[in-house]
Design a protein around this ligand. Structure first.
Ligand SMILES: NC(=O)c1ccc[n+]([C@@H]2O[C@H](COP(=O)([O-])OP(=O)(O)OC[C@H]3O[C@@H](n4cnc5c(N)ncnc54)[C@H](O)[C@@H]3O)[C@@H](O)[C@H]2O)c1
Length: 265
């Protein structure tokens, strides 16, 4: 018996990193999943890993039509949609205000917010009717940057705070039938990229920073989490029997709110 037996989910940004780990864990918990990503190549790997438990959709979360098609695929392939996980994201590689020209701020904002905020909003809208049918829920991937500074530059931190706003407003608007929550993980080495308009699309966060080392030093729990370490919160929120009373919450699973203890000697 899994926590998500007989349920169906849609996960955006499912081709690598956290999204892919969510797909793997949801399948292990008994769910069928639509994996939505812009990368055909990554989706091929997801398909070969999971076979018929997963249907894949190649598209862009910035497109309303693509979000609608991905939701329709869940209903067509699995007969229902219980959980929409908005997860596809871009990072700004800690670009500061002073380092950014006015033009790059403007184009970087448009590209990053289109994925991190508009993508979530369009996905939630597209999933709404199917989620109402099942009494399902929405889960948005946020970040330590939804609570604290320095998890990115102004663009990324503002976009993740905006995501927290979406959680509260949508939880209010969609109650009592559909629950809406966020999950705020901390750092992990993934393929996370930045806006092409800022020249940040060719390097991943894992290549640009010794992130595992940073996490070991700066996280209160003193270890470098993998994407798999963060996915339990998604299972909890997707399983109504385990989180029946939870809506409008953002689970801060980053450990960044706790100061690092000096454990020398
Ligand atoms: N890596 C970290 O340290 C970290 C920390 C906190 C939060 N997060 C958040 O986790 C989420 C997942 O990121 P990740 O670290 O797993 O990165 P990732 O790059 O490995 O995964 C993101 C996926 O989204 C896809 N994607 C990007 N733009 C898209 C678009 N327009 N349409 C469709 N798919 C698109 C990419 O192809 C990629 O497969 C993001 O929301 C990110 O902000 C990451």
């Amino acid at each position: 018996m899994g926590w998500l037996d007989h349920r169906a989910a849609l996960v955006t940004g499912a081709g690598s990193g956290l999204g892919r780990a969510i797909v793997t864990r949801f399948v292990a918990e008994g769910a069928n999943v639509v994996a939505f990503d812009k990368s055909e190549e990554k989706l091929r790997e997801v398909r070969s890993q999971h076979g018929e438990k997963v249907a894949t959709f190649a598209g862009d979360v910035r497109s309303g039509k693509d979000n609608e098609r991905a939701c329709a695929l869940a209903v067509e392939a699995f007969g229902r949609l219980d959980t929409f996980v908005g997860n596809a994201g871009l990072w700004d590689f800690n670009r500061t205000l002073e380092e950014s020209s006015t033009d790059s701020l403007s184009s970087g904002f448009d590209e990053l917010f289109a994925v991190n905020v508009k993508g979530y909003l369009l996905g939630a809208r597209a999933a709404l009717a199917a989620l109402r049918d099942t009494g399902g829920s929405i889960i948005l991937t946020l970040s330590n940057a939804a609570f604290y500074p320095a998890g990115g530059g102004a663009l990324y931190v503002a976009s993740k705070h905006a995501g927290a706003g979406l959680v509260k407003q949508l939880a209010y608007e969609l109650a009592p039938r559909v629950r809406v929550n966020g999950v705020a993980p901390g750092g992990m080495e993934t393929d996370l990229r930045g806006p092409a308009s800022l020249g940040l699309s060719r390097t991943s966060i894992g290549e640009a920073f010794p992130l595992d080392q940073v996490m070991e030093q700066r996280s209160a729990l003193r270890f470098a989490p993998t994407p798999e370490d963060y996915v339990g919160a998604y299972v909890l929120l997707a399983a109504p029997a385990q989180s029946k009373t939870v809506t409008g919450s953002v689970l801060d699973i980053s450990s960044f709110g706790i100061p690092v203890r000096d454990v020398r000697g």
